[in-house]
Write a protein that binds this ligand. Structure first.
Ligand code: 5RP
Length: 229
C-alpha cells in the first residue's frame, strides 16, 4: 500500500538514481529508500542502456540489485567507488548520520569511505536538529559482554538486537551481533563515534560523522524532493 512516507522514499530514491552516470561504480546501500533508487537504476539499465556496476552493502541489497538487473561487482575489484546511494535513520544539520536499522552499517561505512560522493536518501521524518535515535554497534560475538559493559560506561543502555521471534541475536552478514545503544540526546556525535571506535570488539557503529563534505542529502516529499546539502 502506498502511503505519504512511501511516496517520499520513492521520490528521494528516484532522484538519487538520476544522479548516476554511465560507466559509474555505484555503492548500493541497504533499506527501503535506497531500494527505490535501485528500482529506478534497473529501469534506466533496461530502457536507456545505462551501464553501471553496483557494490552491494548486504546480501539483501545484492538480492534486490539482481532482481532489478543491476550488474554487481565488489569492493575488492573497485576499492574506489564513484557514487554511493544509501539511506539513514537520522540526519543532522551538519550532514552527520545515524545508520544501521538494517544491520548493514559495517559494510555501509566501508562503502561510504570508499566513495567519492555519497547520496543519502531519506523521508522528512529522518531530519533532526540533534540525534536521539538508538546507535547500533556491530560487535564481535566473543566480546559482546565486555563491549556492552564499555558502552554502558560511555552512558549507553545497550540492548542486544534480536529477530522478530525473539529467539536469539540477529547475526549480521559478517557473522557478528548488534547492540542497539540508547544514549538519549547525543551532544557530540563525532566524539562519541571516536570513543566507540576505541573499544576492542566494537567493530563499527552507526554514527557516520566523517563524511559530511562528500554527502548530499535528498529529502523526499510526498510530491517531489529537496536537496539539503
Ligand atoms: C541499514 C541502514 C538504512 O539505510 C537505514 O536504516 C534506513 O532505512 P530505510 O530507508 O528503510 O528507512 O542504515 O543498515
Amino acid at each position: 500500500m502506498s502511503t505519504p512516507q512511501t511516496e517520499s522514499k520513492r521520490n528521494a530514491g528516484y532522484q538519487a538514481a538520476g544522479m548516476v552516470e554511465d560507466g559509474m561504480v555505484v555503492g548500493l546501500g541497504t533499506g527501503s529508500t535506497v531500494f527505490f533508487a535501485m528500482e529506478r537504476l534497473g529501469e534506466r539499465i533496461r530502457r536507456d542502456g545505462l551501464s553501471i556496476a553496483g557494490v552491494p552493502t548486504s546480501y539483501q541489497a545484492a538480492i534486490r540489485a539482481r532482481e532489478y538487473g543491476i550488474p554487481l561487482t565488489s569492493l575488492d575489484e573497485h576499492p574506489e567507488i564513484d557514487i554511493a546511494i544509501d539511506g539513514a535513520d537520522q540526519v543532522d544539520p551538519a550532514g552527520n548520520l545515524i545508520k544501521g536499522r538494517g544491520a548493514a552499517l559495517l559494510r555501509e561505512k566501508c562503502v561510504a569511505d570508499a566513495a567519492r560522493r555519497v547520496i543519502i536518501v531519506v523521508d522528512p521524518t529522518k531530519m533532526v536538529e540533534t540525534f536521539d535515535a538508538l546507535v547500533p554497534v556491530e560487535v564481535l560475538p566473543f566480546a559482546s559482554t565486555s563491549v556492552s559493559r564499555r558502552l554502558s560506561l560511555l552512558g549507553a543502555v545497550p540492548t542486544m538486537r534480536e529477530g522478530v521471534k525473539k529467539d536469539g541475536p540477529v547475526v549480521t552478514d559478517n557473522g557478528n551481533f548488534i547492540l542497539d545503544c540508547s544514549f538519549g540526546t547525543i551532544g557530540s556525535p563525532r566524539d562519541l563515534e571516536a570513543k566507540i571506535a576505541a573499544i576492542p570488539g566494537a567493530l563499527e557503529c552507526g554514527l557516520f560523522t566523517a563524511y559530511g563534505e562528500k554527502i548530499t542529502v535528498i529529502v523526499g516529499e510526498e510530491k517531489g524532493c529537496r536537496v539539503v546539502s
